[in-house]
Design a protein around this ligand. Sequence first.
Ligand SMILES: Nc1ncnc2c1ncn2[C@@H]1O[C@H](COP(=O)(O)OP(=O)(O)OP(=O)(O)O)[C@@H](O)[C@H]1O
Ligand SMILES: O=C([O-])CC(=O)C(=O)O
Ligand SMILES: [Ca+2]
Ligand SMILES: [Mn+2]
Length: 650
Amino acid sequence: MAANGATGRNGLAKIHTEKKADEVCHDDSTTPMKAQTIDELHSLQMKKSAPTTPLNGIQGPFAAFSEEERTKQQLQSISASLASLTRETGPKVVRGDPASKSATPRVVSHHHHVSPTISVSDSSLKFTHVLYNLSPAELYEQAIKYEKGSFISSSGALATLSGAKTGRSPKDKRVVRDETTEHDLWWGKGSPNIEMDEQTFMVNRERAVDYLNSLDKVFVNDQFLNWDPQNRIKVRIVSARAYHSLFMHNMCIRPTAEELENFGTPDFTIYNAGQFPCNRYTHYMTSSTSIDLNLARREMVILGTQYAGEMKKGLFSVMHYLMPKRQILSLHSGCNMGKDGDVALFFGLSGTGKTTLSTDHNRYLIGDDEHCWSDNGVSNIEGGCYAKCIDLSREKEPDIWNAIKFGTVLENVVFDEHTREVDYSDKSVTENTRAAYPIEYIPNAKIPCVASHPKNVILLACDAFGVLPPVSKLTLAQTMYHFISGYTALVAGTEEGIKEPQATFSACFGAAFIMLHPTKYAAMLAEKMQKHGATGWLVNTGWSGGRYGSGSRIKLAYTRKIIDAIHSGSLLKAEYKRTEVFGLEIPTAVEGVPSDILEPMNTWTDKKAYKETLLKLGGLFKNNFGGFVAHKIGKDDKLTDEILAAGPVF
Ligand SMILES: Nc1ncnc2c1ncn2[C@@H]1O[C@H](COP(=O)(O)OP(=O)(O)OP(=O)(O)O)[C@@H](O)[C@H]1O
Ligand SMILES: O=C([O-])CC(=O)C(=O)O
Ligand SMILES: [Ca+2]
Ligand SMILES: [Mn+2]
């Protein structure tokens, strides 16, 4: 041991450090240190953003003042949104994260009247910090720091939990019934509009506003709906979670800095206090969840559910009211466009394939879920897509797979605790796992998301009975019959409490979101299809070879081939034969699809069971349509009669 050199007392070699003249140790780095303290160093890391609100022409000494003035106006508007209507004052709002010391304390409070000191409660003394239109990166940080259950997935998405509710709660959606809505809206049997009165709305609104104001910080998103510039709607979403803010950032249209500068007052405001329940002693409340729409006030209140789809679909309901007033048809449909400009709509209830089939590598995506059809053509209402991701496969749905990256919200998925790799087959949290991403994450999205008039209108049904053909060509009357019926077998999970597929009829393929009587939308659709010569198709993306349990779901690859043949126009020219009971025209051959599956009866081994099931489904259709026979569709009696005759006959 210690063969050479000096040894210390314990026998170990001494460590020699050569001392230079100045007696200071230097490392290799020659870069001079620009900061004197740690705090200074950290302050260097972030540079000031280019103003989110560019100074429209104002330069020179007044520029700084006007930016300040603008920020003040913005805060005043937010304070007004958050005002308690009983105390008549808005909260003191301040911009920026309460956790960040450098946040400028630019305090603004909104007063209707100057009424000092008399009824001041503690809530009017505290500040509410406003996190206004944060970027995805900032929202990630907020979510990860403060929201339990937020993680970064291996592909960079923000994995979150939506809490106890993992689907919408249609039974808890209420609409204020007043003199206007009393006459305008669809009420009663079958209608999604469960009534509440103005007073109760205000009670819930106050509850939500007080809850939001009690927090240290709230998120505010100012965004747009509808890519048609003439019919754009300004929306404000006030929420308590970074998850909700990022979700809406992705799903609504994102304003440019300049558009944000000129945003002004919103046309519609959502108060999302979803973490806080409604008060069950409040009139009308039947659970601790309430989603309340007040069209006169242009406001929506969410209590007792954190499922983000409530905001998306709540706004869709609003569009279903506002757009038809302007002679514009609102549609629960996907939309895409071919290289030659041919446009297709994809209608269908939740889980029938709107997102999957409108996301098509060979076509431009206009949108996956909500559209308007005006005299100018089709426009997407949203700025993002909301894809189901149960059993998502990279191979079958590559564009959706690749869209799940930084910026995307991934709801309720299960992932590996170490690698953070998502297991898309895992239903432990829910079957209704979802990804919300900005539409430009799909490489062939068309921006702006507008297109000309549709050539094909494809009605998607996921038939758990396995008796509807994979594809049939419809007459206009049949298209209307199936549009009004809105049949599918609901795939588990998107609506609370549905665990097994079951036959469902939902008028206009979205009765949960329509506000007027279904025949109003149907009449508009018929008129537009007629005027623009669109062809209707019924595509079964559901079962073949037997009903749910014995048959199996039609292969996505086959459905895609069928859709390709519709787009190309080749299916229009095919040879057809007519089916029993439903009287559907089915093609004898489709390129790339085994011909024997085109006729469902061929795929069933038990022909008797097939016939029974077919009649059973026919009966369900008849029974459902009974609710509509007394209504006229459009001004034309002839069309109404044709539609009534276009259902199953047996
Ligand atoms: N033959 C098929 N055609 C279409 N989709 C299929 C088929 N077979 C399986 N699927 C699966 O069905 C699901 C269709 O869901 P999709 O997200 O497209 O529904 P959606 O109509 O957009 O519903 P929502 O309105 O709830 O968003 C996807 O998970 C898809 O992978
Ligand atoms: O609203 C949701 O939760 C998802 C959706 O698109 C639908 O159900 O139609
Ligand atoms: Ca969808
Ligand atoms: Mn939908």
